[in-house]
Design a protein around this ligand. Structure first.
Ligand SMILES: [Mg+2]
Length: 250
């Protein structure tokens, strides 16, 4: 594909970005944290088959934390009480287990920090220079913490995250609610805006929200399935959108 084939994102009224796996490689930190937490839980409870990376993509990726926990446990015929978001990480409820994973995640984020993908940063610079409004639409309750650790929180006047979604009772991706609500907060129409996602649930969310352009970023889930889920185009890195990033050759 030539660079000429990709649309100019500065021509959209706004560009709404997923965070984990799109702006920052947080997905890896999340994957490690889930793996560590579920390995321990499955061993303690005698649950089989063991947790694998496939479980992450099928049940957890891009979903709200507690919905993901319930979905994964259900796949192993395990059901526990939902509990409350304030449940401590020691409680064996859906919320307690989700919070247990979050404690592992925060520990890793604090100790190792996080850098945005260089290609994503270059695209944000280009959009800022053109005056194109940008927003973050993340299911994560850690979005602000991650954006702060990555040094890019000041670039986003609108941040739709797991905290706001819960407060406002917005349905989790793949429902369109969070993307549509973020567009509303920005005062733009989804039809003339672009959304950028790396997860199947996120692509489905933006596509069903009626976004004029849904960009899939293939960080491992697969270009074919992202397209099937509703992505209009799929790239492997956002640097592909940046003018001057290449000379247009294949
Ligand atoms: Mg993501």
């Amino acid at each position: 594909m030539t660079f000429d084939a990709l649309p100019d994102l500065t021509r959209y009224d706004a560009v709404l970005f997923d965070l984990d796996g799109v702006l920052t490689p947080t997905a890896e930190v999340h994957m490690h944290a889930w793996h560590e937490m579920f390995d321990e839980l499955f061993a303690a409870w005698g649950i089989s088959p063991e947790y694998t990376e496939r479980d992450y993509f099928e049940h957890l990726d891009g979903k709200k934390r507690y919905d993901g926990v319930a979905s994964l446990l259900w796949s192993r015929d395990v059901e526990v009480p939902w509990g409350e978001p304030g449940d401590g990480p020691e409680l064996d409820t859906v919320c307690g287990i989700g919070n247990r994973k979050n404690a592992v995640f925060e520990r890793v984020l604090r100790s190792e920090g996080i850098a945005p993908y260089p290609g994503s940063l270059a695209l944000l610079d280009q959009l800022a220079a053109a005056g194109t409004p940008v927003a973050v639409v993340s299911s994560s309750k850690n979005a602000r913490e991650v954006l702060t650790a990555a040094g890019i929180i000041d670039r986003f006047p609108v941040i739709m995250d797991g905290v706001i979604a819960e407060r406002d009772h917005l349905a989790s991706k793949p429902a369109p609610d969070v993307f549509v609500e973020a567009a509303k907060m920005m005062g733009v129409d989804p039809v003339t805006s672009a959304a950028v996602e790396d997860a199947l649930s996120g692509v489905r969310s933006a596509a069903s929200g009626g976004f004029g352009l849904v960009v899939g970023v293939d960080r491992g889930v697969g270009a074919d399935v992202l397209t099937e889920a509703g992505a209009h185009i799929v790239v492997s890195d956002l640097a592909e959108f940046v003018a001057g990033a290449g000379d247009g050759e294949e």
